[in-house]
Design a protein around this ligand. Structure first.
Ligand code: GLN
Length: 453
């Protein structure tokens, strides 16, 4: 059954069984009746999907895995949810995550950890560990995640699933609770690259409700995945990013990576090496830009405009004191850490030194990508420097946790698309291989991803 029974994955925060069964029954009826309506069904009609609990849904609670939003029901659907309803896909429920999507292990949820189905003593990645564990653990065939610095791709990597971060603007962010708006994207978490292509084509496309949405048709992703499945990559130049291999990457991860490169070479791809010298600053810049945006986006959760109101235990009921009590009780440590960091980085006197410099680094990273994509059609790296680690291994050391994101962050900084596909096992645990492509060229990821799979 959903949510693990004895395994207790805790992948789901909410199970939406009644509605899901009703939608599935409707699809069965339409199919049984045949005719035009049956023919018009979307290819994913009747295929169940799990939704990361950062995406708002009518009729199901949305918590962002925070006490701040406990029991909150959105009065509207995210645009991606409207599309899922229109395709008649049963929604199985809402999946666990690090609070407000801040983390790499799903240990920062206010509602308990999610376990990795490959080893119940290990993390399923984060922030979208619930979606990845649900798909890897056969509790859902498809899921949605959000990726601000790797939260779709890294959970995909450590659970042996496929995760895609689309081009920034390719999928509407309307109804995804904002973490860092210039970096956030919604995307698919699936078992195969072809599944991801179908889901990505469904949820992608222009949305006037998202001012950063690209006003362009969705690329032909299913076609690209099918082309990749032929196993022929002749004419495709694959660039190994020198800065995203070697030192800092576990030996087993590096071995699977090297083998994957040989698989691509055997499929006819031309392998080149590219250098992105500014990537060494990416993590530092991300951990200034992201918290700066976090501090702004989360300001509305003050118990007055949004969020569970908590009153101070004693003393006068001034608005500042109510906000203070609300935030003290409603936010976990990691969220508070980032709000404080972001507020500091944006404060007068420090703005140029921190936020301003980080934005300059962002431009340098974009230029590194521009140069790399002159030499290669897609870039390749391990998705994560390590396989799934044990619970507690990094929870007391935020910097060690942040280092997990070293290979995924550059794509968000440049707005380009990325995919993580399973690349075999190291000591019985999945290793993920990441491909990156220029903005709007998501189709290339599906071709190479399907060829490697
Ligand atoms: N692990 C990254 C972080 O903690 C990524 C988060 C995300 O993509 N939502 O910020």
């Amino acid at each position: 059954g959903i949510d693990g029974g004895e395994r207790g994955l805790n992948a789901f925060l909410h199970v939406n069984a009644e509605e899901a069964l009703a939608v599935a029954a409707e699809v069965d009826e339409i199919r049984a009746a045949g005719g035009a309506e049956a023919e018009a069904l979307h290819p994913l009609a009747g295929v169940p999907i799990a939704i990361k609990d950062l995406i708002v849904t009518v009729g199901q609670p949305t918590t962002a895995a925070s006490k701040m939003l406990e029991g909150w029901m959105s009065p509207y659907d995210a645009t991606v949810i409207e599309k899922i309803r229109a395709a008649r896909m049963p929604m199985l429920g809402k999946t666990n995550l690090d609070e407000f999507a801040m983390g790499s292990s799903t240990e920062h949820s206010a509602y308990g950890i999610t376990r990795n189905p490959w080893d119940l003593g290990r993390i399923p990645g984060g922030s979208g560990g619930g979606s990845a564990a649900a798909v890897a653990g056969f509790e859902a065939p498809l899921a949605l995640g959000t990726d601000t610095g790797g939260s779709i791709r890294q959970p995909g990597a450590v659970t042996g699933t496929v995760g895609v971060k689309p081009t920034y603007g390719g999928v509407s962010r309307y109804g995804a609770i904002a973490m860092a708006s210039s970096l956030d994207q919604i995307g698919p978490v699936t078992r195969t690259v072809l599944d991801a292509a179908y889901l990505h084509e469904l949820i992608g496309g222009h949305d006037p409700k998202d001012s950063t949405s690209l006003n362009e048709p969705v690329p032909a992703l299913v076609e690209a995945a099918k082309q990749g499945l032929t196993g022929d990559l002749s004419g495709v130049r694959v660039g190994i990013v020198k800065e995203l291999t070697g030192e800092g990457y576990q030996a087993g991860v590096q071995e699977r990576f090297n083998e994957s490169v040989e698989v691509l070479r055997a499929a006819g791809a031309e392998i080149v090496e590219v250098s992105c010298p500014n990537f060494k600053y990416a993590l530092g810049a991300y951990y200034l830009i992201m918290p700066s945006e976090v501090s702004s986006n989360l300001a509305k959760f003050d118990g007055v405009r949004y969020g569970q109101r908590v009153l101070p235990e004693e003393g006068p009921l001034t608005i500042e004191r109510v906000m203070g009590a609300t935030r003290a009780a409603g936010f976990g440590d990691e969220v508070k850490r980032r709000i404080i960091l972001g507020t500091y980085a944006l404060s007068a006197g420090y703005y140029d030194a921190y936020y301003g410099s980080a934005q300059k680094v962002r431009t340098l990273i974009q230029r590194d990508f521009d140069a790399a994509f002159e030499q290669a059609d897609v870039l390749i790296s391990p998705t994560s420097p390590n396989v799934a680690f044990e619970f507690g291994a990094k929870s007391d050391d935020p910097l060690a946790m942040y280092l997990n994101d070293v290979a995924t962050i550059p794509a968000n900084m440049a707005g380009i698309p990325g995919i993580s596909v399973p690349g075999g096992l190291s000591e019985g645990l999945p290793v993920g291989i990441q491909f990156l492509a220029p903005a709007r060229e998501d189709a290339r990821l599906y071709r190479v991803g399907a060829a490697l799979e």
